[in-house]
Design a protein around this ligand. Structure first.
Ligand SMILES: [Zn+2]
Length: 252
């Protein structure tokens, strides 16, 4: 991934997405921002106990750095609901429950907040449509990836084979330990057990993307494990009371 610095913060970009000048995207680190204590510094979640004013300022910083005027975000609930945003939707308010966002409206960043969960950025350069998915293990089990690609196809006319995808920093196989996997994970996930009770959810997502029709060459994966990198990213597993970093994508 490409590391960029701006306005006291740092963010990563996927080279194959950065190649499109009409697309804004980035995975922000916790560097910079206004939050303090457990939420130091660029926390983007209103729901973790941080001061709302700090979160508002942090979100403004992201919009400034990305040169995009608005953010669309949702209340993430580890479900599989996909929310499409149109011209009628007011930006910068967070009220609907969902875990995937899609839009073709320019000037809007789709925000996914994460601390170990995957952010899955999708772009269709043919139809000019962007999507962002929040997927932890519950999202993987519900295949929210497959559902989102279906909605992109049904509502926006996207062809899966044209989609370009980047999977953000998240819990790596080194740290994705599931002691109750026999109860929590389906049988089909057994083949992703790389070590005793440790699972490779990046491989799960890659397979779900390919199953949905994406080309393997269009899928890039960040190799950064959040739990191993709390100097740069928030990790719920490591820190418990902590912030959420942001992954954003949007049409310019
Ligand atoms: Zn790790």
């Amino acid at each position: 991934m490409i590391r960029n610095y701006s306005e006291g913060t740092a963010y990563y970009q996927f080279p194959h997405l950065a190649a499109f000048s009409g697309l804004a995207h980035g995975v922000f680190t916790r560097d910079g921002g206004n939050s303090t204590g457990n939420f130091h510094g660029l926390n983007l979640s209103y729901d973790v106990g941080d001061h709302k004013e700090n979160v508002r300022k942090n979100r403004s910083l992201i919009k400034y750095v990305m040169e995009m005027p608005y953010i669309f975000s949702v209340r993430q609930v580890h479900g599989s609901r996909v929310r499409c945003f149109s011209q009628q939707d007011a930006p910068d308010i967070e009220k609907d429950e969902a875990d995937a966002l899609i839009t073709d409206i320019p000037g809007r960043l789709l925000l996914v907040k994460a601390a170990d969960c995957q952010s899955i950025l999708l772009f269709d350069p043919v139809r000019n449509v962007a999507a962002n998915i929040h997927s932890g293990w519950r999202g993987s089990v519900q295949n929210i990836i497959g559902k989102t690609v279906s909605v992109m196809s049904d509502v926006f006319g996207c062809r899966a084979s044209n989609l370009i995808c980047g999977i953000g920093p998240s819990l790596g196989p080194c740290c994705a330990e599931f002691l109750n996997h026999s109860k929590e994970l389906p049988r089909a996930f057994e083949r992703y057990e790389v070590n005793s009770n440790h699972f490779d959810f990046l491989a799960v997502s890659r397979d779900q993307l390919k199953e949905a029709g994406l080309s393997a060459k269009n899928i890039l994966t960040s190799r950064i494990c959040t739990r191993c990198s709390t100097d740069r990213f928030f990790s719920f597993r490591k820190e418990k009371r902590t912030g959420r970093f942001g992954a954003v994508i949007g049409i310019r």
